[in-house]
Design a protein around this ligand. Sequence first.
Ligand SMILES: Cc1ncc(COP(=O)(O)O)c(C=O)c1O
Length: 386
Amino acid sequence: MRFRTRAIHVGQEPDPASGAIVPPVHVASTFVQPDASMTAAYDYARTGSPTRNAFEHTLAALDGGSRALAFASGMAATHCVAQLLAPGDHIVTGTDIYGGTWRLFNRVLTGHGVAVTAVDTTDPDAVRRAVRPATRLVWIESPGNPLLSITDIAACAEIAHAAGALLACDATLSTPVITRPLELGADIVMHSATKYLGGHSDLLGGALVTADAELGSRLHWLQNATGAVMGPWESFLCSRGLKTLELRVLAQAATALRIAEWLRSHPLVRRVHYPGLAGHPGHALASRQMNGVYGAMVSFEIAAAGGDDVVRARRVVEATRIFRLAVSLGAVESLIELPAVMSHGSYDPEARRACGIVDGLVRLSVGLEAFEDLRDDLAAAIDQAS
Ligand SMILES: Cc1ncc(COP(=O)(O)O)c(C=O)c1O
């Protein structure tokens, strides 16, 4: 089956009891046992539930994995991977990563004796130089958030494996429609299901997908032992979201490319970050790794022209009417934000600036609205800010 067909049919068989075309939402927390030996498919909903498993089954099929696990949030999924580590272990991670991941690694894990080295993962040699004998995990995000940097997943997999480490890839921004990191050698794919998988800004969720069944079982053991599982309603909404994932992502990415091209030619815009633009440093790699579709996130800097670019950027994000001023991304409605004070406010400010996430950076999540309306909204906001 092709991707779009799998998204609709795998794990989503009609209910055998009623014939209902949409599998029912199972809200039960516990399941009656045929005997005391715990041999039934389900016993307790933290360990597994039919509605969560249906979403996991579909997602594993889309990412080319053998096992998917659904969590209460993206951060819960990332934290589950972190629980594979022990004091003394070392992580190599990127500099262009989600602020909450930066906080988990640098503010939480370091307190438990895990060492963290952040490098520009778009440079495989920098990753190679950063690995040590104690490195157990290389964590990358591609495209990165918020600078849309592109990391070579296959090259990082080779480096991680040569060092005896796992490669985990946060693929929230690309989704399995655009990039399937397991096919490129990654061991674990992480998604914030809050974003494109759900797609409608109405749930919090996360997921891990593995190709290796044994690694999937270890992560499931940790998930069950620690408990941050996705609930049945979120699982149902995610299953519904997956059915339109390909259509939404392709349409949103097509509009994002037009927005990026328009911004690039705008006289008051200094810099546009979008991997679909020929001048983007990761463009050639993205063309291979992202199947020629570059995602629906764009970030840009307003030209200061003698003024204060942070004040100007703030005026832009506060002036749009269709782009709503909010964190998060990946839904049908377009969002605009200032990473330095919003999505990436949990970074240490010096570390953030050193990573190139400047105070005046504006980030867009391009939704499903008409390109012309989004362009006119941005044009008016940039004009009034200048
Ligand atoms: C790229 C990326 N990874 C992970 C997360 C964390 O996901 P959640 O908010 O679902 O915990 C986010 C949230 O914004 C994100 O943008």
